[in-house]
Write a protein that binds this ligand. Structure first.
Ligand SMILES: C[S@@+](CC[C@H](N)C(=O)[O-])C[C@H]1O[C@@H](n2cnc3c(N)ncnc32)[C@H](O)[C@@H]1O
Length: 243
């Protein structure tokens, strides 16, 4: 059977999705709190930047993949308005449920769909914008997920991939120290789970660099790709246009 990586470990492709599900089943109840603590609140700025670049207009149809607790979904829904359509999706029911509850608490009733981003149950050309924030890294076949994003977009539609990326060299050592020493301890303390936060640090190191992901997006059908480095490359926003 073909092998892939789960953090720094090599696993059967068929096993990766099960392990990733285990991570998100475990972290779902404390996911939002941990995001704020781990990133010192920066994830809110990274997402706000992505939402500004997305420039969703009233009436647009938006698909948020691996949407989890729905930070982007919520912001897009406010921009698309009552005439638009924003679909909240994730493969993991615990994350999806946490997100749906938050959306409902904020008065947003949106379609919530449990689905695998590598095999989308949506018609070709049915969205103006597709987004995935901090989700692509966890997928087994990233090229396939990117091709699916391109497929469900209309021509000239835009794809946003917000993801951890390769940090600028001067920050690499302190960032490694923080990732491998602080994150797992914080995970143990707040979420009772050090291993999932060790996986987070490892999966970031295994993810394609800014340039590699740009090339993958071009191969997937995005004729134009812009790369925005955020916080010295800790995170990158890739914006692809289907053309
Ligand atoms: C780190 S969370 C990101 C949640 C949210 N987008 C955010 O930015 O806060 C990653 C999400 O990716 C989801 N995921 C992993 N593999 C997936 C797949 N193949 N298809 C759809 N979602 C997936 C996980 O279940 C998890 O909810």
């Amino acid at each position: 059977m073909a092998q892939t990586h789960f953090g720094f470990s090599s696993v059967d492709e068929a096993d990766k999705a099960r392990r990733v599900r285990g991570v998100f089943d475990s972290v779902a109840p404390r996911y939002d709190l941990m995001n704020d603590l781990m990133s010192f609140g920066l994830h809110r700025l990274w997402k706000a930047y992505a939402v500004a670049v997305a420039d969703v207009r009233p009436g647009e149809r938006v698909l948020d993949l691996a949407a989890g607790t729905g930070d982007l979904t919520r912001a897009f829904a406010r921009k698309a308005g009552a005439s638009g359509l924003v679909v909240h999706t994730d493969i993991n029911e615990a994350m999806l449920r946490a997100g749906r509850d938050r959306l409902l608490d904020e008065g947003l009733v949106l379609p919530t769909v449990a689905c695998d981003a590598e095999q989308l149950p949506f018609a070709t050309g049915s969205f103006d914008l597709v987004s995935v924030a901090f989700g692509l890294r966890n997928m087994t076949d990233k090229a396939r997920a990117l091709a699916e994003m391109a497929r469900v977009l209309r021509p000239q539609g835009r794809a946003l991939v917000l993801e951890f990326s390769k940090v600028a060299e001067p920050l690499a050592k302190p960032y490694d120290w923080y990732s491998f020493h602080v994150l797992p301890r914080l995970g143990a303390l707040v979420a009772g789970d050090a291993a999932s936060y060790r996986y987070l640090a490892e999966s970031i190191r295994m993810h394609p660099s800014q340039r590699e992901l740009e090339a993958m997006m071009r191969s997937a059908g995005f004729g134009h790709v812009d790369v925005h480095n955020l916080t010295a490359g800790v995170v990158a926003l890739h914006v692809g246009i289907k053309c």
